[in-house]
Design a protein around this ligand. Structure first.
Ligand code: HEC
Length: 133
C-alpha cells in the first residue's frame, strides 16, 4: 500500500497538468499577425463586407452556421467545434489576427490561404466584423 501512495499522488499531479493544458488550448495568432493592417479603406468596408457575406454563405456557414454562431450542420461532429464568431473572444482580436487564422486554419478549420484570394479573405474578415452583437 505504501508503495502505491507516490503513484496515486503522481497520477493526480499529471491529471491536473493535462487538464490545465487542455483548457489553455486557445488558438492564438502569432504576435506579428496582430498589427497587420486591413487594406480595405473604411469607406469601402460596407461593400467589402457584402462581398464577404456571399463568400461566408458558400464557404463558412456549413460549419459556423447562419450568423456565425457556430452551429452549422457540418460542425456537429467536430472537436473542437467551429467557433462562435460573434463572441468577444473572437471580436476582441484585431483584423490581422482574424485574417491570419482564416488564412492558416487549424484542426478542422480549413486553411483558406490557398483557396481564397487575399482580397476575398479580407472581404470575409470584414463580414465577420459585422457579426459583433
Ligand atoms: C469544415 C468546417 C469549417 C469551415 C468550412 C470553416 N471553419 Fe472556421 N473554424 C472551424 C473550426 C473547427 C474552428 C476551431 C478551430 C480550432 O480552434 O482549432 C474554426 C475557427 C475559426 C476562426 C477562429 C476563431 C478563434 O479566434 O478562435 C475563424 C476566424 C474562422 N473559423 C472563420 C472561418 C471563415 C471566415 C470561414 C470561411 C471562409 C470558415 N471559418 C470556414 C471550422 C470551419
Amino acid at each position: 500500500m505504501k508503495r502505491l501512495i507516490p503513484v496515486i499522488v503522481l497520477s493526480f499531479v499529471l491529471f491536473g497538468f493535462l487538464n490545465i493544458n487542455l483548457q489553455q488550448d486557445r488558438w492564438i495568432a502569432p504576435e506579428e499577425a496582430k498589427s497587420v493592417k486591413n487594406p480595405v479603406k473604411s469607406i469601402d468596408k460596407g461593400l467589402s463586407a457584402k462581398r464577404g457575406k456571399r463568400i461566408f454563405k458558400t464557404r463558412c456557414m456549413i460549419c459556423h452556421g447562419v450568423n456565425g454562431v457556430g452551429n452549422g450542420p457540418g460542425g456537429k461532429a467536430l472537436s473542437p467545434k467551429p467557433q462562435n464568431l460573434t463572441l468577444p473572444m473572437v471580436q476582441k482580436q484585431t483584423d490581422g489576427e482574424i485574417f491570419w487564422k482564416v488564412s492558416n486554419g487549424r484542426n478542422a478549420m480549413i486553411k483558406w490561404g490557398p483557396i481564397l484570394s487575399e482580397n476575398e479573405r479580407w472581404d470575409v474578415v470584414n463580414y465577420v466584423r459585422t457579426l459583433d452583437n
